[in-house]
Ligand binder design. Structure first.
Ligand SMILES: [Zn+2]
Length: 306
């Protein structure tokens, strides 16, 4: 019986999370630190290396299958390069895979955070056992990943699956990506909060859900509208990929119980009849889908990514 372990790193604009994970997907240790997001790559790589040393303390090198990192994109995962990371200063065209590999002395796999989370849900979570899975994370942005015919869809330079930047409304709201009218600009948490503030409310997306649960009529209407935006986007993804299941994660995804009925209602309006019975389910792994997806990648030796 193999005792191989993987080190999984989830690099985010707010937090760096590092876990030691075994082949069954079990997280044996997990630690985190706040990302020094404005300090530049050298400092951030140093933070990751310290966390890796900490989480793998006492583990023999022969037990480690390798390491992997999930990062916001766009990344060129074929070249191992971060192209632009809006939430991390100084990472433009940065050779993240090589620099991290040098710092920790292990082979490193690099994956977009949305794709990593999709792999995690497919291998260990709500998408387990399905050949076709679309994963969508809805939080401060919208990201995702696509599994088709039991293969991870990566596309040119590994950049496929930026589902939040589907064009949604011509000439619409400004998006974090610099374009107008993206799905993310309408359906991510900040968009819901913006509509709430415009209607006289205060606080973030979580405050809108709290108010809706408390019976606030305006909040209830905005939550329904949020579900309609999500359903419209999900219907497009169903038309594109015909998944067996669409898995929803992220901070807004945690409000799945209050959104689900209206998401399905919106899909019944927006999707062609043959697609309307595609299930939409909540993510099974919470915050850990990315870490577990990275571990699955490290263990998948048949993949061509180096
Ligand atoms: Zn966009």
């Amino acid at each position: 019986v193999s005792v191989d372990l993987a080190i999984a790193v989830d690099l985010g604009g707010t937090q760096i999370r590092v876990a030691l994970i075994d082949r069954t997907g079990a997280i044996l240790r997990k630690i985190s630190d706040f990302t020094r997001a404005t300090a530049g790559p050298d400092i951030v790589i140093g933070q990751i290396a310290a966390l890796v040393a900490d989480v793998s303390g006492g583990v023999a090198r022969s037990e480690l299958a390798g390491a992997g990192v999930s990062s916001p994109g766009p990344l060129d995962t074929e070249a191992g390069v971060a192209l632009t990371l809006p939430t991390l200063v100084g990472f433009e065209n940065y050779p993240l895979r090589a620099m991290l590999s040098n710092a920790i002395g292990l082979e490193v796999k690099l994956e977009n955070d949305g794709i990593a989370a999709a792999i995690g849900e497919w291998r260990f979570g709500a998408g387990q056992g399905f050949a076709n899975v679309v994963y969508v994370t809805v939080s401060t942005g919208i990201g995702g990943g696509v599994i088709i015919n039991n293969n991870v869809l990566r596309g040119r330079r590994g950049m496929a699956g930026h589902v939040g930047h589907m064009s949604f409304v011509q000439g619409g709201e400004m998006c974090s990506c610099g374009n107008c009218g993206c799905f993310e600009a309408y359906a991510a948490g900040p968009a819901l909060a913006r509509r709430w503030v415009k209607s006289g409310g205060s606080g973030d997306a979580a405050a809108v859900f709290d108010a809706a649960r408390g019976g606030n009529g305006v909040a209830i209407r905005l939550v329904r509208e949020e579900a309609e935006f999500l359903g419209q986007g999900f219907a497009s993804l169903m038309h594109l990929y015909s998944p067996d299941v669409l898995v929803m994660g992220g901070g807004v995804g945690q409000q799945f119980d209050v959104l689900h009925a209206d998401i399905m209602g919106s899909i019944r309006i927006c999707a062609m009849p043959a697609f309307r019975d595609t299930p939409v389910v909540r993510a099974g792994l919470g915050d850990d889908s990315g870490l577990m997806g990275i571990a699955a990648l490290v263990f998948a030796r048949d993949r061509a990514q180096h």
